[in-house]
Design a protein around this ligand. Structure first.
Ligand code: AKG
Ligand code: FE2
Length: 465
């Protein structure tokens, strides 16, 4: 008979937590007054024709020369660099071909990002701002919706600086789930007196596009944003409202005896996506989370909860005993190329020593208990967002360069909690590592079958594979 490990899907505290986590903005932007020298740029290419220009005082002939010095910009589609004017029509210089006078440090971009984009808990984290490309858009140019190619676990976003050259069109549009924001740098800068630039900084997995330019030239510099690998500071000092609200909601959730009454796992599908490849260390990602995901991790650490980042693969294959097959939770990203979709679940279990089968729902058929495919864990999903926190492996990626470092994928945070009376005593909670250690151990001798069958109370026990 199907049993439940606790049906708390609609607990109001879950909804409150989801709301706090989605509250943070995935971008920030503004128009800054700058020193007039910050509008100077040196550029040149292999043909030896180098120039110095001043965006504060520039004519069409100079802009035309800059544009002609640039190469046509490509973009990344999966592993390929593609030239496709239907998708991206603009011109670019690589970072070795130009040198702007302005730099991220003098303009204090790190401070701006700490203030307006990153949660308070990441205040002491150093940010590295790496110059990437210069882009020139003439009338008819555009860049269709894309996400910026992830370059390592520590890259969290991109920064675009727009110079004050008169132009029309070319608005920058960001989209995140159901929300959309438009930044029209040309009209923002029209209202400024004196030298200025407009900037837009955003998490790299946020879709963005440049609408067609209808008049003039639009010139931008893009930068990649990285976290330095410094550890994050103690959290209790964080005064951020969202952090405090989330902490209070967590304490309420942990104190609720109806939530996982026998202990088990709370699952959170992370809101942002992360660059995933076979070399990704999911544990290391914990220090480089973005927005609300970083808040979530901070609260878990602050409460000394056993929180681990994992990737959940969707179940493939046919129904088993009338139930959907289990999802597979892994602690690393295996190479699944060349495997048939039907054998993915089995491959994951075989290839990843820490792979766990996750029941599709809290109701599982106990008839399967002694079968090989009995799920290893049952997760109570607090936030099961974005394709249910799963990674799809077959997506075509539109990046700004061909991706050799994987694609953006979904990650989830799994928190082990004991029964209500033990929740604040971390020693009593079984960690993932403890569970892995037990996997593969010989099964204990089965107890002699009692006369009348009695089912265990909890669904969260691990069965040897
Ligand atoms: O030039 C811009 O405004 C944005 C360019 C961009 O999105 C990119 O290079 O990835
Ligand atoms: Fe981009």
């Amino acid at each position: 008979m199907p049993q439940s490990a606790g049906n708390t899907k609609s607990a109001p505290v879950f909804q409150r937590i989801a709301q706090i986590l989605t509250h943070t903005s995935p971008y920030c932007s503004g128009t800054l007054s700058v020193d007039k020298n910050d509008l100077l740029l040196f550029y040149g290419n292999d043909n030896g024709d180098a120039r110095r220009i001043d965006f504060g005082n520039i004519g069409n002939e100079e802009l035309k020369h800059l544009s002609e010095t640039c190469e046509q910009a490509t973009f990344g589609r999966n592993q390929e660099s593609v030239l496709d004017e239907q998708y991206r029509k603009s011109r670019k210089l690589d970072s070795t071909q130009f040198n702007p006078h302005l730099d991220g440090n003098t303009l204090k971009f790190a401070d701006i990002l700490h203030e307006d984009l990153l949660p308070d808990g990441q205040r002491d984290k150093n940010i590295r701002i790496e110059r990437y490309k210069l882009n020139v858009y003439e009338p008819g140019s555009f860049f269709k919706p894309h996400v910026d190619t992830p370059r390592g676990e520590d890259m969290f976003g991109s920064l675009v600086i727009v110079f004050p050259t008169p132009h029309e069109g070319g608005a920058f549009v960001l989209r995140d789930k159901t929300k959309e924001w438009t930044i029209d740098a040309a009209s923002e800068m029209k209202s400024m007196t004196g030298p200025c630039i407009t900037y837009i900084a955003f998490y790299g997995d946020v879709e963005h596009e440049v609408l067609p330019i209808t008049a003039g030239y639009r010139v931008t510099i893009t930068y990649n944003l990285y976290f330095d690998s410094k550890p994050i500071p103690p959290y209790s000092k964080i005064s951020d409202d969202s952090f405090q609200q989330l902490r209070v909601a967590f304490e309420e959730m942990l104190a609720d005896p109806h939530i996982l009454p026998d202990g088990g796992y709370l699952g959170f599908g992370l809101r942002r996506q992360y660059g995933l490849s076979h070399t990704t260390k999911l544990d290391a990602l914990g220090d480089n989370l973005k927005g609300g995901d970083a808040l979530l991790m901070q609260v878990c650490r602050d409460l000394s909860l056993d929180a681990s980042l994992r990737v959940l693969y969707p179940s493939y294959g046919s129904y088993y005993y009338g139930e959907k097959p289990d999802d597979i939770l892994v602690d690393r990203i295996p190479d699944l190329q060349g495997y048939y979709i039907d054998s993915v679940s089995k491959t994951l279990v075989d290839e990843c020593p820490g792979a766990l089968r996750v029941a599709q729902s809290l109701f599982i058929n106990l008839d399967r208990r002694h079968s090989e495919s009995y799920p290893d864990i049952v997760i109570e999903w607090v936030v099961r967002d974005r394709k249910n926190g799963k990674v799809s492996q077959d997506i075509v990626t539109y990046g700004n360069e061909p991706s050799m470092r994987g694609v953006y994928g979904d990650v989830c945070l799994i928190v082990a909690v004991g029964p209500p009376q033990d929740r604040r005593d971390t020693k009593k909670i079984k960690t993932f590592e403890e569970q892995y250690e037990n996997r593969g151990d010989p099964e204990p001798e089965p107890e002699p079958e009692p006369e009348t069958e009695s089912e265990p109370e909890t669904e969260t026990e691990i069965e040897g594979a």
